[in-house]
Design a protein around this ligand. Structure first.
Ligand SMILES: [Zn+2]
Length: 326
């Protein structure tokens, strides 16, 4: 549990809203399609606060403001009432809301992304580096397969596929490709296990790596959204920002060139894994699991190999142009 979750628990205990010893008359039934507010906050880079005077929780990110009351199925998003498929509820010291509401929230946040203009021209010359003469030593990459264990990530509309399995599959393929060049690859997870964002970030900080690439699949409530996105931290003040942007540019160019996916460009956000990690970091939303066309495409192992190939070429370009001794 993170700091925010702890502070909510403490506040709720103070408010007498939850009690470990005296179960309520109405037993709370945990919903399978629910997600905790602290998970939403972690995933979307939001802050979660408890407002005791109003007995409500608030999620904040920049100008985006969402308030949620336990036992109410109305959430207030930017001052507008949004109906949830079931009321928010307290369980195991957390407030839960429907995953469908979380997906709506993602759409709201992504409707106003800070989209960077990605380069349309060729940013590198592939012939210079695709066949390296000798193994690339002293270059370490951290690959982060999104979600895992009890956190399935996005789930396909037919309920058969979970994001966590596809991200791990892509990361394994990517690792193999990078290792062929002699690159040292460290994974934040190499199996179906729940690893918190804090643990992932700690792992990234504990080894001296050159960059981090987090792999995800996107999902929104509207089935029409499709394509790939590259996300970098919105913190433009940090020195590593420019390096993250460059890494994003190389991968963006490579994916745009090599994959039949719609280009949704490079975007800035406060996603924790790229925002808090102190090395150049990008998060790739490979495609939309919620879009039938993208979903069909990514379910083909050859497509996932092509994704890994495109990302690996982008990472190699980053190495040759930004890291390798000249
Ligand atoms: Zn994800």
């Amino acid at each position: 549990m993170n700091k925010f979750a702890y502070s909510i628990v403490l506040l709720l205990l103070c408010m007498g809203l939850i009690s470990c010893s005296t179960p309520k008359k109405e037993e709370v039934i945990s919903q399978p399609n629910a997600i905790s507010l602290s998970s939403i906050a972690e995933n979307l880079g939001m802050r979660v606060l408890w407002v005791p005077s109003q007995k409500k929780a608030v999620l904040e990110q920049g100008e985006c403001h969402v308030s949620i009351e336990p036992n109410s199925n109305i959430a207030w998003v930017q001052g507008e009432a949004v109906a949830m498929e079931f009321p928010a509820y307290l369980n195991t010291r957390e407030i839960y809301v429907p995953i469908s509401f979380y997906n709506k929230l993602k759409t709201v946040l992504q409707d106003k992304p800070d989209v960077l203009v990605a380069p349309s021209e060729k940013v590198w010359d592939s012939t210079a580096w695709t066949i390296p003469q000798k193994p690339i030593i002293n270059f370490t990459v951290i690959l982060d397969a999104g979600h895992g264990g009890r956190d399935p990530g996005a789930i396909s509309q037919d309920q058969t596929q979970q994001e966590k399995n596809l991200t791990l599959d892509i990361v394994f393929r990517l690792r193999e490709l990078l290792q062929k060049y002699g690159i040292t690859v460290i994974l934040t997870r190499d199996r179906d296990a729940y690893i918190s964002l804090d643990e992932r970030i700690q792992k990234a900080e504990s080894v001296s790596a050159h960059c981090l690439v987090s792999v995800h699949l996107n999902s929104v409530a509207t089935a029409t959204a499709q394509g790939f996105e590259i996300w970098i931290s919105r913190n433009t003040q940090e020195p590593r920002y420019l390096q993250s942007y460059k890494l994003g540019q190389y991968i963006h160019y490579s994916m745009k060139k090599g994959l039949p996916l719609r280009d949704r460009r490079i975007r800035k956000s406060g996603f924790q894994i790229i925002h808090r990690t102190k090395i150049p970091s990008v998060l790739i939303e490979t495609c939309f699991i919620s879009n039938p066309q993208d979903f069909l495409w990514i379910m083909d192992p050859m497509s996932r190999q092509a994704v890994a190939q495109a990302i690996s070429q982008g990472i190699l370009a980053y190495y040759f142009y930004e890291v390798a001794p000249k």
